[in-house]
Ligand binder design. Structure first.
Ligand SMILES: [Fe+2]
Ligand SMILES: [Fe+2]
Length: 257
């Protein structure tokens, strides 16, 4: 493990040279035994919910608990609107765990809190220039923020009492959460869906439409066309559709376009 990365502040870390992160060949992950096993365990897509599904506005059910973990990542919350994205996505993750009670709730919640902390340890000037333009899903900076997020997890989780096996499972989900096209487990799938769901709420549309340089109406069209079909679970699809209709109504996107 890289001791410098473990101890660096976000500002110090972003000044370090950028190594070349290893990229998987296209299709490689779909053949990964973990992806194959997950697809066999959950053949019906989107995966039907086993528990209650809430589609109420997400502001009515903030996430609860894990205060020590939140306190540990305050420095990382200041980059790329993580202080909005992480708590909102965590509230969605909490709802998804209610809908899929067979998932490891603590793993899902700890991972969603940590998943984008790596943005605080990459060159901030490259986040918008590379991370949201052109072929943004394959941008080198996306691989970097995943790898750096794993370093944050490895730095903060041991002191909070999490064992090595748990930390490995957290890092397995963080590593590839944006760049790997397939999920390896139900917990991985719930983190992926929670990471996307926040965009459908009014706050997510306001924040991320500006990242992509789009007006809100065009952005909600993109959510409908590109992001909604990527959702893995039926509960997330229900939530996204309801949020999208609510957000479009509030912003009058049928007129303001
Ligand atoms: Fe990410
Ligand atoms: Fe994210």
């Amino acid at each position: 493990m890289n001791t410098t990365d473990q101890q660096a502040t976000p500002a110090q870390d972003s000044q370090q040279a950028h190594p070349t992160w290893e990229k998987a060949a296209p299709g490689q992950h779909a053949r990964d035994p973990r992806a194959v096993a997950f697809a066999q365990d959950f053949p019906e897509r989107p995966i039907p919910a086993a528990g209650p599904v809430s589609t109420a506005p997400i502001s009515t059910s903030p996430s609860v608990g894990l205060e020590e973990l939140w306190a540990a990542i305050v420095p990382e919350s200041r980059t790329r609107s993580n202080d909005i994205h992480l708590p909102t996505s965590t509230a969605y993750a909490q709802r998804l765990c209610d809908a899929y009670p067979q998932a490891d709730r603590e793993l899902v919640l700890a991972t969603i809190i940590l998943h984008d902390t790596g943005w605080a340890h990459v060159d901030e000037s490259r986040i918008i220039s590379e991370g949201f333009q052109g072929d943004w899903r394959k941008a080198a900076i996306r691989y970097e923020h995943e790898a750096k997020g794993c370093l944050v997890a490895r730095r903060v989780l041991p002191g909070l009492g999490y064992d090595e096996e748990f930390i490995e499972r957290v890092c397995e989900i963080i590593d590839g959460h944006d760049t790997r096209q397939v999920a390896f487990s139900l917990e991985d799938a719930l983190v992926r869906d929670a990471d996307r769901l926040w965009r459908f709420d009014i706050t997510g549309v306001c924040v991320s439409s500006s990242w992509f340089g789009m007006d809100p109406a065009t952005y909600t069209d993109r959510l409908d066309r590109e992001i909604l079909p990527e959702l893995i679970t039926g509960a997330a699809v229900q939530m996204a559709r309801t949020d999208l209709a609510r957000t479009r109504g509030l912003l009058r996107t049928e007129v303001l376009r």
